[in-house]
Design a protein around this ligand. Structure first.
Ligand SMILES: Cc1cc2nc3c(=O)[nH]c(=O)nc-3n(C[C@H](O)[C@H](O)[C@H](O)COP(=O)(O)OP(=O)(O)OC[C@H]3O[C@@H](n4cnc5c(N)ncnc54)[C@H](O)[C@@H]3O)c2cc1C
Length: 551
């Protein structure tokens, strides 16, 4: 039955998960009229999944004005954010990756993730807390419409726009939404991906997992030194235990090899073995899921006016905690380009850069996550039988396994390289200058102004973060006020490109920024650098706004 409603919107986002909501807030803040169609009821929490809001995502939330509320959610402020490796969750400690609790997050030093050059370190926070915050922000953002209990059932596109058919899941009936662009943020089973003819390719089975969300008020007191994540390593059953509320709610992942038949696993027994408790221990199961871990990337992220972001475009095993975070990075890459085209200062060709920039990066992240997963499962299968024995032989085993587990896991839980190391190569909208970007590992990276890299962060002499001083559009960072930049300002004005000039006064400037000028994009990546303006500033403006040279 047709409800007869016809809704117009500049952008239609299919799916109001963390990626769709963040994209919508960013677009609306850029002045774009945006509609989210979401099947769930308004503000309904997701299932208990992502436990890590990455520093890079927190930088985005800082720019969007919601970082404080995100930071304050989840675990109590003094609850340890450490990762501990134990024989069981209540057993002998083998090693510990120290990470500051929320109260000390901005001030802590000497930790494996406290050295990062960022105004916003990561937050150890479950998705069940994050999504309602994003929803509340979206619901009060001007230009943003949320259609809850609404399913996008079909769409077709023409040269001028996209027409989507949506179904009202409460009242029945269908409406039509006309939009200039549609973005599928509709998760791993994305209908948008299927309809646009893109295919997931990759590794269809990396591991099997039995996940259980449960309530056990007495568990916290049984753990000698609590942690955000406890990794159990013993010869019986291994897995991860996440603290969800820091009091009584917990999530267990029982990681199993790819060929394991989960149906034959005794869930109750496995949970008790991971926790190290006997049959008298009581817990209430709040949710359970058996699932296959995969590594799949869509072969295309775009079909003309239709785009994919987040799990719709890529999924991988949740090692390194970077699925949602990579999806939010997709959204921040696409958002300013879409806004530029809709506002008229960017050429439609700029949108080609989205897939060129993001697809290789997600492929890279997916491999880091999968490799950590494979190494972790291999380690599970060879835990020595004497790991819980008293005496020197047991001590030696515990020291060895504890060290190995530390080294394997510090990279994934302190994944600085995934946050700050990646860069965009071969992009048509970046003015490269021949220097290669520095390499990075899952853990390590160095800041660089090589075009394509994240704009290096530093603290200004007035105490502000450089990122708080950036404009909403492009920012021309100037490190020598004597350098003339009028030509670029004029070129930007001629083309309508939003560019502000920022004279940077910072102690670290000389070491981090060897050139006197750096053009930072709206998504805080370097578009161009030099000691003086290029001969033809208009050509540079055209490049960064998607007009091919020579056109
Ligand atoms: C066990 C586990 C642990 C994880 N841990 C982490 C972690 O630590 N860090 C991390 O970064 N990631 C983690 N992830 C991944 C993370 O949960 C996902 O990457 C994230 O939820 C993806 O967000 P999304 O918005 O792309 O998709 P989703 O969260 O799947 O949201 C998609 C939305 O689209 C809606 N929808 C679907 N189809 C339609 C339609 N036709 N019309 C309207 N609405 C529609 C759905 O209702 C849903 O709300 C984990 C995942 C799992 C399974």
């Amino acid at each position: 039955m047709l409800m007869g409603r016809r809704i117009n919107s500049e952008v239609l986002i299919v799916g109001g998960g963390p990626v769709g909501l963040t994209l919508a807030i960013d677009l609306a803040q850029r002045g774009v009229e945006v509609t989210i169609a979401e099947m769930r009821t308004g503000g309904e929490a997701s299932s208990v999944r992502c436990n890590h809001v990455a520093a890079r995502t927190m930088e985005t939330f800082r720019r969007l004005g919601i970082v404080r509320v995100v930071r304050n959610a989840g675990l109590p402020s003094d609850y340890p954010n450490d990762v501990v490796i134990r024989t069981t969750a209540t057993g002998i400690e083998l090693s510990r990756i120290s990470m500051p609790c929320r109260a000390e997050r901005y001030t802590a030093k000497n930790g494996p993730d406290t050295w990062w050059p960022t105004p916003e370190p990561p937050a150890r926070l479950n998705q069940i807390y994050l999504e309602p915050i994003l929803f509340a922000q979206a619901a009060t953002t001007p230009l943003l419409r949320i259609m809850s209990r609404t399913r996008v059932v079909d769409f077709e596109q023409s040269e001028v726009g996209v027409r989507a058919t949506v179904e009202d899941l409460e009242m029945g009936g269908v409406s039509e939404i006309f939009a200039s662009y549609l973005v599928g943020c509709d998760g791993a089973h994305s209908e948008v991906r299927h309809k646009m003819g893109a295919k997931y390719t990759g590794d269809t089975v990396v591991m099997q997992t039995q996940s259980t969300y449960f309530r056990a008020p007495q568990l916290l007191a049984m753990i000698p030194r609590p942690a955000w994540l406890s990794i159990s390593l013993n010869p019986r059953c291994n897995g991860y235990l996440f603290a969800i509320d820091g009091r009584e709610r917990w999530l267990i992942h029982n990681w199993r090899p790819p060929a394991e038949d989960l149906a034959s696993l005794d869930r109750d027994l496995c949970i008790r073995r991971i926790l190290g408790v006997d049959f008298s221990f009581k817990f209430d199961i709040l949710g359970k899921e058996d699932w296959t871990g995969r590594r799949m990337i869509a072969d295309r992220f775009r079909d003309r006016r239709v785009f994919l972001c987040g799990d719709a475009a890529h999924i991988w095993v949740p090692f390194a905690g970077y699925g949602m975070n990579a999806g939010i990075a997709d959204a921040m890459n696409l958002s300013w380009m879409l806004a530029g085209v809709i506002k008229g200062w960017a050429a439609p060709e700029i949108l080609n850069a989205y897939e060129i920039e993001r697809l290789p990066v997600t492929e890279q992240v997916s491999r880091y996550a999968m490799n950590t997963c494979i190494a972790g499962i291999a380690m599970n299968s060879v835990v020595p039988g004497n790991i819980e024995e008293a005496g020197p032989a047991g001590d030696a085993t515990r020291a060895r396994i504890g060290k190995q587990a530390y080294e394997l896991n510090v990279g994934q839980v302190c994944c600085g390289g995934l946050n700050f190391g990646y860069f965009y190569k071969n992009s048509p909208i970046i003015a490269y200058d021949g220097e290669d970007a520095p390499g990075f590992t899952i853990y390590d990276f160095s800041q660089s102004t090589v075009p394509g890299c994240r704009t290096p962060h530093l603290w200004l002499r007035d105490g502000r973060s450089l990122y708080d001083a950036l404009g909403a559009g492009f920012t021309l960072l100037r490190f020598d006020p004597a350098v003339q930049v009028g030509g670029l300002v004029t070129a930007a004005a001629l083309r309508g490109v939003p560019v502000v000039v920022l004279d940077v006064d910072a102690d670290d400037a000389a070491s981090l920024y060897p050139q006197k000028l750096v053009l930072s994009r709206p998504d805080v990546h370097v578009a161009w650098r030099g000691d003086k303006l290029p001969e033809d500033p208009l050509a540079l403006m055209d490049r960064v706004r998607g007009v091919s040279p020579g056109r």
